[in-house]
Design a protein around this ligand. Structure first.
Ligand SMILES: NC(=O)c1ccc[n+]([C@@H]2O[C@H](COP(=O)([O-])OP(=O)(O)OC[C@H]3O[C@@H](n4cnc5c(N)ncnc54)[C@H](O)[C@@H]3O)[C@@H](O)[C@H]2O)c1
Ligand SMILES: O=C(O)C[C@H](O)C(=O)O
Ligand SMILES: [Mg+2]
Length: 586
């Protein structure tokens, strides 16, 4: 039996005709043993499956049992990737069912390990690899992508994968993981998402010598040739998929991240997740923390370890938040200190202040000892975006406990091994008085017989909702104000119960609702700023957006008008319990 794809799925457009067997081979159509007998017979696939019928719920239980059998997190990751390649709805419904349990596998920290071992676990390709040698015909490569209705691209050049450094083409795990979260946390349809790795080589010596490496085996191309390549990619992306295609920069190194964002933000529908998404989630956490510390945003002194993409993104949004609350911009900047690999950002230090962080250079004596800075400057908020695991040592944490009654400590570097301190260390060395968040999840902390559930200050609370709002409104651009709005929306979701548990973010199980609300605010802003291009403007934003999201439930492949002809000679008899739902002919 042949049918059109559009007819089958309702929203996929594909000129190819779909045969019965394609329902087993195509992960978007496959339901495994959940094909009813009627479907099996209608599609001509009866006998290609075992006789048993299983509901989606039963299949989910089997997946959970299978996953629980694996002790090694990388094996869990491989299982989930294979599930995604086999049965997309089952994959996404499994992740949605228990976000707290499965996010740490498809996302940080396990995705970091998966990227490091990408050559070993690479089986079925997912996403596009565009290499520097495709320069001049990138559009042709994008034309090879079989989906036409792509609305969002997450792309990396693999140079700063989490805090793990240059992983070259192995970085593909990141855009794939981010886009899985687009669907799980915001309900964006999977076929509208495209992960891309821009392969310009790698400067990672180990990878260049790794026999398993799958990318270009050469040093990174830099300078004009790199810039021209990125330029051609950006142009080709919108030529192929339309002018309002969302282009999310992910895990670019500091040398490129800020300058590329500045170059493209007013010309394309683009944002840098590490700069802007991170800023938004961190500021949301700081907003929520004010309810515990009773200090307003401008009653804090902020100290960053790391002054790269994430740190300066956060610092700039903290300033914007204070300005919105009536604080003078210069006064706001004075409250923020930064410390990078060369020491405190002071105007008189040897290498000067890097351009991207120039607003935060201070006219004080240079200092290379971070611990000393924490003791003399006495920050009340300490924010780690340095990629240096364990950098917030016992002395530093104890000093923070002296600096404030309720010190705020964010260890945002990923994956877990790169976190500036663990949740347990933060509580132990601040007598349980800290307000803590980390980029990767930590298990609950016990301090003096009380259990605390610390929050995950990760941009995953932000980028899916921003993307959903941008996609549904077809916004032409993504102004900075959307990230501040997203931060306020997220902070409003933090309940008194969360705060009592020590959490300044809502539980991960609420993220879907958070994303929906962020999307509503983002879309409203797109219309009010005349950036939206989807018309007519919706009356009820929430239900409009909900109507555009992915349905996790299996589709029925029996067209409504189709009545399966029952032969009078066939006796239909329901079989015993083991064959629940399956009707066999005897
Ligand atoms: N939680 C989140 O949502 C989130 C979001 C983005 C980035 N991050 C994490 O933050 C980290 C940094 O990301 P980025 O994009 O800012 O990277 P980046 O390369 O742009 O910046 C790293 C910064 O750390 C500084 N640094 C390096 N070694 C240092 C040392 N020994 N002492 C002091 N400073 C040092 C560098 O000078 C630089 O300023 C990564 O681990 C990343 O995973 C987390
Ligand atoms: O990927 C993450 O978990 C967050 C962030 O984008 C990062 O680069 O660390
Ligand atoms: Mg990132």
């Amino acid at each position: 039996m042949c049918r059109n794809f559009t007819e089958v799925t309702g929203d996929m457009i594909c000129p190819n005709m779909v045969r019965g067997i394609d329902h087993l081979r195509d992960p978007r159509l496959n339901k495994g043993l959940a094909f009813t007998l009627e479907e099996r017979q209608t599609l001509g696939i009866q006998g290609l499956l075992a006789a048993e019928y299983k509901t989606q719920e039963e299949q989910l239980n089997i997946c959970q049992i299978s996953l629980d059998r694996y002790k090694d997190s990388l094996n869990k990751f491989i299982y989930l990737m294979e599930l995604q390649d086999m049965n997309e709805k089952l994959f996404f419904s499994l992740l949605s069912k228990n976000v707290e349990k499965y996010l740490p596998i498809v996302y940080t920290p396990t995705v970091g390990l998966a990227c490091q071992r990408f050559g070993l676990i690479y089986r079925k390709p997912r996403g596009l690899f565009v290499t520097i040698y495709d320069k001049g015909h990138i559009l042709n490569i994008l034309n090879n992508w079989p989906e036409h209705n792509v609305r969002a691209i997450v792309f990396t050049d693999g140079e700063r994968i989490l805090g793990l450094g240059d992983l070259g083409a192995y970085g593909m795990g990141i855009p794939v993981g981010k886009l899985a979260l687009y669907t799980v946390l915001a309900g964006i349809k999977p076929h509208q998402c495209l992960p891309i790795t821009l392969d310009v080589g790698t400067d990672n010596k180990d990878l260049l010598e790794d026999p398993l490496y799958i990318g270009l085996r050469q040093k990174r191309v830099r300078g004009k040739e790199y810039d021209d390549f990125i330029d051609e990619f950006m142009k080709a992306a919108i030529e192929r998929f339309g002018p309002n295609t969302l282009l999310q920069f992910e895990d670019f190194a500091l040398v490129n991240a800020t300058r590329l964002l500045e170059k493209y933000r007013d010309e394309y529908c683009t944002f840098n997740d590490d700069i802007q998404g991170t800023a938004s989630v961190a500021v949301a956490g700081l907003f929520a923390a004010t309810r515990i510390t009773k200090r307003k945003m401008n009653e804090n002194i902020y100290m960053f370890l790391g002054a790269g993409s994430a740190a300066t993104g956060i610092a700039n949004l903290i300033v914007a938040a204070m300005v919105e609350e009536g604080v003078n911009m210069d006064d706001a900047r004075k409250l923020i200190y930064m410390f990078d690999v060369d020491g405190l950002l002071t105007n008189s230090r040897q290498n000067g202040v890097p351009d991207h962080a120039k607003h935060f250079g201070k006219d004080i004596e240079p200092e290379k000892n971070f611990e000393k800075c924490v003791a003399t400057i006495k920050p009340t908020c300490l924010i780690g975006c340095s990629t240096v695991g364990g950098a917030f040592n016992e002395n530093i944490l104890k000093q923070m406990a002296r600096n404030a009654e309720r010190p705020v400590i964010f260890a945002l570097s990923n994956p877990t091994s790169k976190a500036e301190c663990t949740a347990q260390a933060a509580y132990d060395h601040t007598e349980g008085r800290c307000v803590f968040a980390s980029g990767s999840p930590f298990p609950p902390v016990k301090y003096k017989d009380k259990e605390y559930h610390t929050g995950q200050g990760n941009n995953s609370y932000i980028f899916p909702g921003i993307a959903l709002g941008v996609i549904v409104s077809r916004s032409r651009r993504i102004p900075e104000s959307m990230f501040l709005t997203a931060a306020r929306t997220l902070a409003n979701f933090v309940s008194e119960g969360d705060l009592a548990l020590g959490r300044i973010y809502p539980p991960l199980s609420d993220v879907k609702n958070v994303s929906l609300n962020i999307a509503v605010e983002v879309a409203k802003q797109a219309y009010s700023k005349e950036l939206a291009t989807a018309f007519p403007k919706p009356c009820d934003f929430k239900s409009y957006i909900q109507n555009h999201t992915y349905n996790l439930q299996y589709d029925s492949y029996i067209p409504k008008f189709f009545k399966y002809p029952k032969s009078p000679n066939i006796k239909v008899k329901p079989v015993q319990d083991a064959y629940k739902g399956l009707v066999l002919f005897f």
